[in-house]
Write a protein that binds this ligand. Structure first.
Ligand SMILES: NC(=O)c1ccc[n+]([C@@H]2O[C@H](COP(=O)([O-])OP(=O)(O)OC[C@H]3O[C@@H](n4cnc5c(N)ncnc54)[C@H](O)[C@@H]3O)[C@@H](O)[C@H]2O)c1
Length: 440
């Protein structure tokens, strides 16, 4: 404490503590301290838009209007860059004030400090000004690293996102979070930093590998199961077809995307910065970080979310909070969306131990989201290792299968099997890129 504030502090006593306020700054003086307090709020408004045509068509004004003449550094998923290079270069060079295009890798291994540093270095190299724009184009990984770089470069420059994966559209592109992996931990470092605009154009999904379409379906199923019976039923009818057709040429696909995004945004809006840690969007996100990490990222995010949803729902059944037919329906839906329903890393001990990390992440509370019926969920604070073992037995008959991630459930699912089984049989899953095969 410097001399002058010490003088004020000793003059004041607890009884005659003084308060003077000027705007959002308040001066408190007591016999213990002099305190200056600042209070401010930040107004947040952002949008996720579905343009009526292909966003990289030069007649489409969505991106040009959003950029509004600002200098742009485009950070583009390398795979997407290779596929859409001509359209990207043509649009950005002719319709915007382009400073540079930086391709970045788009896999979980690439969600690193190094990637963020590389983007910041490029922004310095092209002299991106404070009002310049980082344009992020790609899947969740590219959006995460570019968004995080935008949040720290010059202590924050505006950014716009064009998600090109399904997870990017229905999850990343509606929220305000960015994260990178470090120390073997999933998304352990990051920021809350809203994009100015998210442009969701399902045209990009036409080239997204099926495995990643399925991964995105997991996030849609997540919201349907805890919030929306009608959407869940619609998915039960259409999941297989949506995955096969990659959300193309299907009049219902756009509505399903918008509904899933709306559900997410409704959940996020009152709690954008996660001051409240009981969050329905965390369904499927309690065990999944450990599952992803334990598989050394060979299980992708959506696949881990699918496995987590099954485990969390099975725990709810074991605790008597949820009827088994909900679990059966979830299993069948995941199956028809070509998502895994079991995996060797899902050992009860790993699942139980992962909850310690989750408690730390949720400030000491478990807040595990557990469905109670289709469309409703509750939060669990305690789970025993015995309950997790029982859940695993319920799901996988006591053994963790080593192959065949599309194994059928053992219990009677006659009520829903007709729809799901018929659809699955009509379009059998090809397994060359499944996590089971990649794991040693
Ligand atoms: N920040 C958030 O709020 C948030 C929310 C959900 C998920 N995530 C993160 O997102 C990541 C998962 O996202 P993802 O599934 O998009 O992964 P991803 O970014 O790794 O993309 C998956 C693969 O698809 C490729 N790809 C993307 N778009 C393509 C297209 N149109 N055509 C062809 N290939 C394409 C990518 O190159 C990559 O190989 C995870 O790291 C997860 O943690 C973040």
């Amino acid at each position: 404490m410097n001399r002058s504030s010490a003088t004020v502090a000793t003059r004041a006593t607890a009884e005659n503590c003084q308060r003077t306020a000027n705007g959002g700054v308040t001066l408190w003086a007591s016999d213990r301290e002099v305190r200056l307090e600042l209070a401010a709020t930040r107004h947040i408004r952002y949008a996720t838009v579905h343009p009526s045509g292909y966003v990289l068509d030069r007649t489409n004004p969505a991106l040009r209007d959003a950029a509004d003449g600002r200098p742009i550094l485009a950070v583009v998923d390398r795979q997407v860059y290779n596929l859409y290079k001509n359209d990207l270069q043509s649009y950005l060079a002719n319709e915007t004030n382009l400073c540079g295009i930086l391709p970045v890798d788009g896999s979980e291994h690439a969600k690193t400090w190094r990637a963020v540093q590389r983007i910041c270095e490029e922004a310095i190299r092209v002299q991106l000004p404070r009002d310049g724009l980082i344009l992020a184009v790609g899947g969740g990984v590219a959006l995460d690293v570019a968004g995080f770089a935008a949040s720290i470069f010059r202590r924050g420059v505006p950014y716009v996102r064009i998600p090109t994966s399904l997870i990017g559209m229905v999850d990343v592109g509606v929220g305000v979070k960015q994260g990178i992996n470090a120390g073997g931990k999933k998304s352990i470092i990051g920021a809350f930093y809203p994009a100015m605009l998210n442009i969701n154009d399902p045209t990009f999904l036409a080239t997204l590998p099926e495995r990643h379409i399925s991964g995105g379906m997991a996030e849609i199923i997540k919201m349907a199961l805890v919030r929306d019976v009608q959407l869940f039923e619609e998915l039960e009818c259409r999941a297989s077809e949506l995955v096969c057709r990659r959300f193309q040429n299907n009049p219902d696909a756009g509505n399903i995307l918008v509904r899933a995004e709306q559900l997410m945004m409704e959940e996020l809006q009152p709690n954008l910065f996660e001051l409240e840690l009981q969050r329905l969007p965390d369904f499927g996100h309690s065990f999944s970080p450990a599952i992803e990490a334990a598989s050394r990222w060979s299980i992708n995010h959506g696949e881990a979310v699918a496995l987590d949803m099954l485990i969390s729902t099975a725990v709810s059944v074991v605790k008597g909070l949820c009827e088994q037919h909900v679990l059966d329906r979830l299993w069948n839906l995941l199956f028809s969306a070509r998502l895994p329903t079991s995996h060797p890393v899902c050992k009860p001990r790993l699942l139980f131990d992962s909850l310690r990390g989750m408690r730390a992440h949720r400030a000491g509370n478990l807040n595990l989201v557990a469905p109670t019926s289709v469309g409703c969920a509750t939060f669990l604070q305690e789970i025993t290792v015995g309950e997790i073992s029982s859940a695993a037995t319920l799901l996988w008959g006591g053994e963790i299968v080593n192959a065949g991630i599309t194994r059928r459930p053992r219990w009677d699912t006659s009520a829903v099997r007709t729809v799901a089984t018929r659809r699955v049989r009509s379009s059998p899953r090809t397994l060359p890129d499944t996590p089971i095969r990649r794991i040693a």
